[in-house]
Design a protein around this ligand. Structure first.
Ligand code: SF4
Length: 378
């Protein structure tokens, strides 16, 4: 799937006109449509979002929007896929820019995962105890693999809850964690698992570069994937900030490296970061290790409470693919949607994300399991 070039008139649309068009479409379509905006989106997009949130919150919200015929997902491709998997058959999910993918999600290819699974099963003393868990930042094919092999999904907000449920059910469970090594390692370590019982599967190397012995000793096998945005944070940045101000508090996302997570004061998903900083004392200072747009928006909000918030790094730290969704693409998509609603035969929908029936069935098993476990622990 790729993004068709934007028609010339949209490329030349002024900012004000784009805003007017989107607002008009939103008004005309009313309850037939809902716009979901991920925390890493531009402010100009967030202003139109009916709901904002991280992957978990938006997956749950998407699943609850039974009246909306159209779900416009301002996020990345895997999020729109998840919304489609959880949606009712009459609902359609649209992504304003088809090239808005996720580098991390693309690091786990289904063929590689199947090879890994086969090798692990051959080398584990109890292959039936192997359970695949995928971070929602993964393709529908990987989610379907997990659903079809007794596994499930997780997000950075509920990863610990999911691991706890699996290890409580059977302490000898071996988790194959896809595709983000850092999230899996950081959370398993917080739960008391030892680093030397975590194996790293390198998909480009023969047998993942793991010996049968390493596999036998593992509580968790981590896929060698990462998010390049969260790789921008370093221990040096934390040390240098503390040297300037020893009172400063550091909170980072669990997609950051193990060393950064260890050096920080707190570890939290985007929703947990917003909650923790939101409950901080007036006068406190915070450095946040996650995507820039969320941090800047949080900083503006907290300024009124006299809480100072800054990004941990001075690099750009913007998710490039999220950033592809801009006013022009949203205006183009919304105009199309409005015209389609007036005459569905004459105007086909653009940018619909639709997962094939077979993977959808199993991916839904993996997502529903995650949502059920999360709901049962509240
Ligand atoms: S910030 Fe990283 S994990 Fe999140 S969508 Fe962008 S590339 Fe993917």
């Amino acid at each position: 799937m790729f993004q068709v070039p934007l028609p010339e008139k949209y490329q030349q649309l002024g900012r004000d006109e784009a805003v007017d068009r989107i607002a008009q479409c939103q008004q005309q379509l009313g309850d037939r449509m809902v716009i979901l905006g991920h925390h890493y989106q531009r402010d100009e997009i967030i202003q139109f979002a009916d709901f904002t949130g991280d992957s978990l919150k938006l997956s749950q919200i998407a699943a609850q929007q039974k009246n909306a015929e159209f779900i416009v997902f301002c996020g990345v491709h895997f999020m729109a896929e998840s919304a489609d998997i959880l949606a009712e058959p009459y609902q359609k999910v649209l992504l304003p820019h088809m090239d808005a993918g996720c580098g991390l999600a693309e690091m786990a290819d289904i063929g590689q995962v199947e090879q890994c699974w086969h090798y692990l099963q051959q080398n584990l003393p109890h292959p039936e105890k192997l359970v695949p868990v995928t971070y929602v930042n993964s393709t529908a094919a990987i989610k379907a693999f997990c659903g079809n092999h007794g596994g499930l999904c997780c997000t950075s907000s509920n990863c610990r809850v999911i691991f706890e449920a699996l290890w409580k059910n059977d302490p000898e469970t071996v988790i194959l964690f896809l595709p983000d090594q850092h999230l899996g390692r950081n959370i398993a370590y917080k739960m008391g698992k030892k680093l030397d019982r975590m194996a790293l599967w390198k998909p480009q190397k023969p047998n993942g570069s793991l010996s049968p012995e390493q596999i036998k000793n593992a509580d968790i096998v981590l896929w060698d994937g990462f998010c390049c945005i969260h790789q921008e944070f370093s221990v040096e940045q934390i040390k240098s900030a503390r040297a300037k101000n020893p009172q400063v508090k550091v909170i980072v996302h669990p997609e950051c490296s193990f060393e950064v997570a260890q050096a920080a004061d707190y570890l939290g998903s985007t929703e947990q970061i917003i909650k923790t900083v939101g409950a901080a004392k007036p006068g406190s200072r915070w450095l946040v290790g996650t995507e820039r747009r969320l941090v800047e928006r949080l900083a503006r909000k907290m300024m009124v409470e006299n809480i100072h918030v800054e990004l941990l790094t001075d690099t750009r730290c913007i998710c490039k693919t999220m950033n592809l969704i801009d006013l022009e693409h949203l205006a183009w998509l919304m105009d199309n949607l409005r015209q389609h609603c007036q005459d569905p035969e004459a105007v086909p929908l653009v940018n619909q994300v639709s997962v094939d029936e077979d993977p959808k069935r199993y991916a839904k098993v993996a997502l529903d399991k995650m949502l059920d476990i999360t709901a049962s622990t509240k």
